[in-house]
Design a binder for this molecule. Structure first.
Ligand code: TA6
Length: 301
């Protein structure tokens, strides 16, 4: 359980007409963003964007109704921050899937009302005894979230140690769709993907991606924008990436959703993950005192 000085947070970081802090589900502290462009909610637990809604639009991100809002557990939906590895640890499956930062409390470092009416909030996270036991490197992370008509999320990884490290990761975005069987994900045509459901075989994506069964694919060596065409909601969601050479497309479908305690049995029909990542071949080397920036910009057309 976290103890949080909510009065102190609001005294130091609240900005009238932009950002305030409250206790959310499970006693986890959250930042509420509301400005002339959009609203958003960000949990300090995992520096996890759980909601984003431009004014006049339907919610863009999907969030399960069955989330486990608990310290130490990942929030199901929104944009989990997966770092310093994606999926299972490459050498030790006993370590937490998707790394250790999405299940830990981050600090609020700064808040700012931008000249264009957007709101920017920065979270910070650095190594500890607990992280060193999982991953023997010194680091400083910044998560910079800019909420405007578009949502910009940037994970900046600083290597503060005296040895280089290799890291993977993802801004593991869950998007709300009307009916996943009706959507098409475009931008990945011609890309090679690793099929996590077929012995990690590498395959070529020839057509736009459509979903009619469990889908779990890592598209590698691509920097292209992706779009989610959703006829049911009458919208196209655009995902622009920087510092990312992988895109992960995931839908658990019926059977896997039913096996997940934090995922409603029918919820798979209303969501798709299109993740801004560096995974498999695309992990990155960060030299001592260097940095890597992983950025996703999400907009509705
Ligand atoms: O991004 C796809 C994936 O790696 C899937 O294999 C599935 O495990 C998903 O992430 C969710 O992982 P989680 O640890 O949040 O249940």
């Amino acid at each position: 359980m976290y103890t949080v000085d909510l009065d102190g947070l609001n005294a130091q970081f609240a900005v009238a007409g932009h950002v305030s802090f409250r206790v959310g589900y499970g006693g986890l502290p959250v930042a509420d963003i509301a400005n002339i462009h959009a609203t958003a909610t960000i949990s300090l637990h995992g520096a996890h964007v759980t909601a984003f809604q431009p004014h006049g639009q339907d919610p863009v991100l999907w969030l399960s109704d069955y989330c486990c809002w608990e310290a130490g557990k990942a929030i199901r939906g929104g944009i989990p921050v997966c770092w310093p590895w994606f999926a299972a640890h490459p050498a030790d499956s006993g370590k937490p899937a998707h790394g250790f930062v999405r299940t830990a409390m981050w600090k609020v470092m700064a808040t700012e009302a931008l000249a264009n009416g957007a709101t920017q909030i920065t979270f910070g996270f650095t190594e500890s005894e607990a992280t060193l036991a999982l991953w023997p490197y010194a680091f400083r992370l910044e998560m910079v979230v800019t909420v405007g008509a578009v949502l910009q999320v940037e994970l900046v990884a600083h290597n503060t140690g005296n040895k280089e490290f290799i890291c993977g990761g993802a801004l593991h975005s869950y998007f709300r769709v009307n009916d996943v069987t009706e959507i098409a994900v475009r931008g990945l045509e011609g890309c090679t993907y690793i099929d996590s459901l077929d012995l990690s075989h590498r395959k070529l994506q020839e057509e736009p991606v459509t979903i009619s069964s469990e889908t779990d694919r890592i598209y590698v060596d691509t920097t292209a924008d992706c779009t989610i065409d959703d006829p049911g909601m009458g919208r196209r969601i655009r995902i622009v990436r920087k510092g990312s050479r992988s895109v992960v497309v995931w839908n658990p479908w019926k059977d896997k959703a039913a096996r997940m305690e934090d995922f409603g049995d029918q919820e798979y029909l209303g969501m798709i993950c299109v993740e801004t990542a560096n995974a498999a071949d695309d992990v990155v080397m960060v030299p001592s005192m260097g940095e890597h920036r992983l950025q996703t910009v999400i907009s509705v057309e």
